[in-house]
Write a protein that binds this ligand. Structure first.
Ligand SMILES: Nc1ncnc2c1ncn2[C@@H]1O[C@H](COP(=O)(O)OP(=O)(O)OP(=O)(O)O)[C@@H](O)[C@H]1O
Ligand SMILES: [Mg+2]
Length: 459
């Protein structure tokens, strides 16, 4: 056992990935949370026996048991008082299953479901109306979905001989949501989860400031006093401006954060690129009651929310959604291929795989000039240049730039006054983001450990 008094522990529970690090007074070391990697997907899988697994194993178990099978839905009448909710909706306005209940007045049970996967739970933490998520018949509190991930982290630290009596733990500047109390609500929930995981003594610290601390530790000789951190992750975009005083001491001049991350970008890619390949904008011909042929636009908008929320896409397996798709397939013509894809995606539950393919495609475009979004399961092969991709995600890029400028404004400085810009977080690897920062802060932008900077700084 190491000398506990000298070990600082940092834990970064992220929307997409989690990491942990220890500081022995001299060096910072990352803890291996997965086989051979310090980066653990923030994922929890709960099977029908309510057994829980976390990390990559959770994702593998979900894909193995829940995709590529025909979904069979059975309606279940629910009591009025029951609050059953699913994953967040893309705009972050409402939990999807609550939405579906409001519309249908019933919840649907997927009888073949082997288990439920939860990812991006951090995005829901600030949403007071999301209290519980249903796993089969059992409502799970959000806290209970996060705790297993934190327990895993504590155990991996202990395997490394580190006693986890206290830890410094990260939080975004602002959690996602519209509620004015969202940060308070989220921190309470997160704190409770750390407590349940046996990490009772935890101090919260803003993630972008932690990223700057790790930079100053790694490069104490770096020149310049005014530092801007841009941490662009899976769920949030976080900023801070620090002014260095003597040595590595600093004061915080400003912080800023918005709910924009890689998850939002993935949904954007899905709607801009894939919706048209799945039948959006096509015509729907069918016989009316008087046997006259009616032709209207296919009501694709009815499918959109559920398609963008992979955790609840299975709810599309209801006649009122599947019948129009089947009618469009039988009407023939060129659009038939598109509706066949839509049918496969819905029936075989390929939604998660589709998002996975989108993530890989996006990452490929961070290193290559063109890439192919290849989803063999639904017969999609879309080639795009990086330029075209940037056009697809342009709205997000504009928001990133506006938020950077807003941060500078809050710090009451000009872009030229910033000496060092730290670019961190997985989404900061997007070349267009780098390019935008280089334009505002020429020759001052540093790529700083995109996936591990926060945990290292917290330690
Ligand atoms: N090479 C890449 N190019 C573009 N995006 C990437 C790349 N690699 C990872 N990403 C995206 O980065 C995001 C994950 O980044 P990161 O691990 O920093 O987030 P996080 O810390 O889990 O989230 P947050 O800090 O928002 O809670 C994902 O959305 C992922 O798709
Ligand atoms: Mg992060």
């Amino acid at each position: 056992m190491k000398d506990v008094a000298n070990v600082g522990i940092g834990i970064d529970f992220g929307t997409t990935n989690s990491t942990a690090a220890v500081f022995d007074g001299k060096t910072v070391s990352l803890i291996h949370l997965e086989a051979g990697s310090p980066i653990m997907p923030s994922a929890t899988y709960i099977d029908a026996d309510l057994q829980t697994v976390t990390g990559q194993e959770a994702i593998d178990r979900y894909i193995e048991g829940n995709t590529g099978r025909t979904v069979e839905l059975v309606p279940e009448v629910i009591g009025r008082a029951t609050l059953a909710v699913g994953a967040a909706d893309p705009s972050g306005q409402r939990p999807a299953e609550t939405l579906s209940q409001a519309v249908y007045g019933e919840s649907m049970i997927d009888t073949g479901l082997r288990g439920r996967l939860f990812r991006g739970t951090k995005r829901l933490l600030g949403n007071q109306s999301v209290r519980r998520l249903m796993v089969f018949d059992h409502p799970f509190r959000l806290v209970a979905l996060i705790t297993p991930i934190l327990v895993h982290i504590r155990q991996e630290l202990e395997v490394g001989g580190i006693e986890v009596s206290s830890a410094c733990v990260g939080h975004p500047v602002n959690f996602e949501g519209r509620d004015s109390k969202r940060n308070e609500v989220a921190l309470n929930r997160l704190g409770e989860a750390y407590g349940h995981a046996g990490i009772n003594d935890h101090r919260f610290y803003p993630e972008p400031i932690a990223a700057a601390v790790s930079f100053l530790h790694e490069q104490p000789g770096a020149e310049g006093d005014t530092i801007l951190t841009v941490d662009f992750g899976g769920g949030t975009l976080d900023f801070c401006v620090l002014r260095r005083r003597s040595g590595n001491a600093f004061s915080v001049v400003a912080t800023h954060g918005i709910a924009l991350g890689g998850d939002h970008i993935d949904q954007r890619i899905f709607s801009r690129l894939l919706f048209p390949l799945l039948g959006k904008g096509e015509r729907w011909r069918r016989r009316g009651t008087d046997r006259q042929e009616i032709e209207t636009q296919f009501p694709f908008e009815d499918y959109e929310d559920l398609l963008l929320n992979w955790a609840v896409t299975y709810l599309l397996n209801q006649n009122r959604y599947t019948t129009p798709v089947l009618e469009c397939i039988s009407q023939g013509g060129e659009a038939r291929l598109k509706f066949r894809r839509l049918r496969e995606l819905i029936q075989q539950n390929y939604s998660y795989l589709t998002f996975q393919a989108i993530k890989d495609f996006k990452a490929e475009l961070s290193v290559a000039d063109h890439a192919v979004l290849d989803i063999a399961e639904i017969d999609i092969e879309a080639a795009l240049t990086r330029r075209e991709f940037e056009d697809v995600i342009n709205d997000s890029l504009v928001r990133v730039e506006q938020a950077v400028l807003e941060t500078i404004r809050r710090a009451d400085i000009a872009a030229k006054d910033v000496d060092i810009v730290l670019r961190t977080g997985g989404s900061s690897l997007i070349p267009a983001v780098q390019h935008m920062l280089n334009q505002h802060f020429p020759e001052r932008v540093v790529n700083h450990d995109p996936f591990t900077s926060v945990a290292a700084g917290l330690a």
